[in-house]
Write a protein that binds this ligand. Structure first.
Ligand code: ADP
Ligand code: MG
Length: 729
């Protein structure tokens, strides 16, 4: 009798729905109470110190030590008031998680008396012993120091008893070791480039920010069942498990009533998120059973990204409190939907305009078209780079398989908008534009808002879809740090806008009217980036064929996809815009490749262990039962009946032997392949070997295990089954 699985199921029967206590009936009364935001700063800082922070946020200027001291004092006073005893620099190393090292405010004076201390130096910069964070060869041991530096554009917050100060993380030699540093640089480049282009339409624009609204998908699983599945606990996904008879085929989970226990969890983490100023707003069931989504109101991208990382931590913590485990893995279960993190992205001006939203005047609409077309062009130009930022061992299950979204990058616009771009392309002549041309064009452009209003097209199969007033990058993995794709997208668009400006200015200098010059450049871009636009079914086999004809790449393997980070095109893009150097890109590539290798290596080891230590012994136990039963039949049945009545049982005995033999044989081969891969010298070779030589065994061995699951007596099966993992809550 299997102990683990059944005691887990028993545990599950005892679960109750905990009561959730709201701090107040009104969210507005506790929203942001744990954040050192501008309002709070005003209360705790001198006028001058407050102004300094404000300026640093607006311009990215450095804050000098003296002022930092004042800010630190105010911050400490506030944090201690909110119960904080420790502080930490909070940063995003390239592990994909966030990192923190807590120090107490406690100091002892010369008389031995304790007091709370914190100063500008501690606020502004620290040197965590960071030698064990991934650096992709950027730091040698003799220069192993890295340091963190305060990012005033993202406010400090208190979580538990700790004051967290968002920081960047760089090597002693200045190279970035985190996501935030290049993200901030890309935002600043986009600001410059987009503001310049805005000036064609509106001279009052002083600043353009990038906006991000992430939709976070996740699975929940009961803690007891999770603990009984070593594969889930160690790799974040199930490495085996036969499909449940009922899966998502009835579509009865999506937008259905949220199960009570889950709802309690959601309310609880939302309270915590709201206290931290994270504007989570939407919650619903997703397509797969036990899959859910949460989404906030969008914010400036750097802040939105900090909030996404933070909310993931909060969700992990609160899930445990509710005796759940949260799965952020892109593909926890085979055969049903995986999880993504849709990145809704746009650009907004300090004059309050969303640059991807059409407006009432023709001028606004030309501006809209300009930013729309430049974004499409940027995606077309850097599709491989974009893919490389979202690929991972986990997301490869989505992008590389027949699941949303495909590994081919394409942009969906909707029929109407697509037609408008086609018409623009057709209407703008190669040579001079006649007054009639111009009138017709302006008419078309004038129609955009109406056209978009009833543009209800949605394409769930597109990796990068326009959704009325923003793009939705749907291919991002649920476990990913949004910064990676956002750095690439912001940089690519910034670069594109600079080129647009230069080309258009050239036409203007050559005597063209501004509007005409803009139209001409846009037309050129529409033509040049046409191949990336796709309105059809992204999962279809026909699309793979068509995409190939269009010259679009379709890279399903993660290690292959990573290589785009090293291409000349990528290096040029990042160096020209001062975001990352070739060396930094190289280190990021190494980290991605190494991370991939390690993930597959762990999966392979866990599967090997489970196959040999759980599955085979269980199967043999059941097989022995059958053998006993056959022996018994032989004793009591007349020879003539035996063959007919015991035949099936004997077949089953044989099948069990076949599967167990395959499992152990293939596990041995897999181990051998691991050894070969481990001996390779470069990370690129290792990742490729793990992808092509080791990974196939995972599916192969799994097939045999899943067959055994169907054969073996349910009572003997030691690991919780798909139906239990997916339907209990
Ligand atoms: P849907 O399911 O239709 O995609 P959701 O409400 O789940 O919509 O999520 C939409 C996300 O897009 C939200 O986070 C929302 O704040 C965000 N969003 C809306 N407008 C913008 C914008 N201009 N820039 C960035 N994100 C946006
Ligand atoms: Mg969505």
């Amino acid at each position: 009798m299997s102990i683990i699985r059944f005691s887990a199921l028993k545990e599950l029967m005892k679960r109750e729905v905990p009561e959730v206590k709201f701090p107040s009936n009104k969210v507005s009364e506790y929203f942001g109470e744990n954040v050192f935001d501008l309002d709070t700063m005003q209360k705790y800082l001198s006028k001058n110190a407050y102004k300094t922070v404000l300026k640093a946020i607006e311009t990215g200027n450095r804050i000098d030590r003296k002022e930092a001291d004042q800010i630190a004092t105010g911050m400490k006073e506030w944090a201690v008031g909110r119960g904080a005893s420790h502080y930490t620099h909070w940063f995003h190393p390239l592990t994909g998680a966030t990192a923190e090292k807590h120090d107490g405010f406690l100091e002892i004076d010369s008389e031995g008396r304790a007091f709370e201390a914190f100063n500008g130096e501690l606020l502004a910069q620290q040197e965590p012993d960071a030698s064990s964070f991934p650096n992709g060869g950027l730091r040698n041991t003799f220069e192993a120091r890295g340091y963190t530096a305060w990012d005033p554009s993202s406010p400090a917050f208190v979580i538990g008893k700790t004051l967290c100060i968002p920081t960047i993380f760089i090597a002693y030699t200045g190279e970035a070791l985190d996501y935030k540093t290049p993200l901030l640089k890309s935002l600043s480049e986009l600001n410059k480039a987009a503001t310049d282009v805005c000036h064609y339409f509106n001279k009052n624009v002083k600043k353009v920010i990038s906006t991000l609204g992430w939709e976070q998908e996740y699975f929940l699983v009961d803690e007891a069942l999770y603990q009984a599945r070593p594969d889930l606990a160690l790799t974040g996904r199930t490495l085996m498990g036969h499909t449940s008879a009922k899966g998502q085929q009835l579509d009865d989970h999506y937008f259905g009533t949220i199960p009570e226990r889950v709802l309690a969890f959601m309310k609880d983490f939302e309270i915590e998120a709201h206290r931290l100023g994270i504007p989570v707003k939407t919650r619903h069931n997703e397509v797969a059973p036990n899959q859910f989504e949460c989404a906030p109101i969008f914010e400036e991208t750097n802040l939105a990204n900090d909030h996404n990382q933070l909310v993931m931590d909060v969700m992990r913590k609160i899930a445990r409190k509710h005796k759940f485990r949260i799965l952020f893995h892109e593909k926890p279960y085979a055969g049903i939907n995986g999880s993504g993190k849709h990145n809704n992205w746009s650009m907004a001006t300090d004059t309050g305009e969303n640059l991807l939203k059409p407006g009432k005047t023709p001028k606004r609409n030309i501006q809209f078209l300009t930013f729309l077309v430049n974004t499409i062009k940027a995606v077309h130009e850097h599709a491989d780079l974009l893919r490389s930022t979202i690929m991972s061992a986990g997301n490869q299950h989505r992008l590389g398989a027949n699941e949303a979204p495909p590994a081919i990058m394409s942009v969906f616009l909707g029929t109407q908008l697509s037609r408008i771009l086609d018409e623009l392309e057709a209407r703008i002549p190669d040579d001079k534009m006649s007054p009639d041309d111009k009138t017709a064009l302006k008419l078309d452009i004038g129609r955009i808002p109406e056209v978009l209003l009833d543009n209800t097209d949605r394409n769930r199969t597109s990796p990068f879809a326009f959704t009325g007033n923003r793009f939705e990058f749907r291919a991002v993995g649920s476990d990913e740090n949004c910064a990676a794709p956002m750095i690439a997208l912001n940089t690519a668009v910034a670069d594109q806008l600079k080129k647009f400006k230069a080309e258009t200015d050239q036409l203007i200098e050559a005597g063209k009217k501004k509007d005409v010059a803009i139209f001409k450049t846009l037309r050129k871009y529409i033509t040049a980036s046409k191949a990336i636009r796709f309105e059809g079914n992204g999962y279809g086999a026909e699309w793979e064929i068509e995409a190939k004809q269009r010259g679009l790449t379709n890279i399903k393997s993660a290690p292959e996809a990573f290589k785009a980070m090293l291409s000349d095109k990528t290096i040029q893009l990042f160096e020209a815009n001062n975001i990352l150097t070739a060396r930094e890109l190289g280190s990021r590539y190494e980290i991605k490749a190494e991370g991939f290798t390690k993930k597959i290596q762990i999966e392979s080891r866990v599967l090997g262990d489970l196959g040999m230590n759980h599955i085979i012994p269980t199967a043999i136990k059941y097989q022995n039962m059958l053998i006993e039963s056959v022996k018994g039949l032989k004793e009591i049945l007349p020879q003539s009946d035996f063959a007919t009545l015991a035949g099936r049982r004997i077949d089953t005995i044989k099948r069990i032997s076949e599967h167990t033999t395959s499992i152990s044989k293939k596990t041995e081969e897999m181990i051998l392949q691991r050894k070969v891969a481990n001996a390779l010298s470069s990370e690129a070779e290792k990742a490729a070997a793990y992808d092509t030589k080791v990974r196939p065994f995972l599916d192969d061995i799994r097939t045999h295990i899943d067959q055994l699951e169907l054969i073996v007596d349910d009572k003997m099966w030691t690991l919780p089954k798909y139906r239990e993992l997916l339907f209990s809550r």
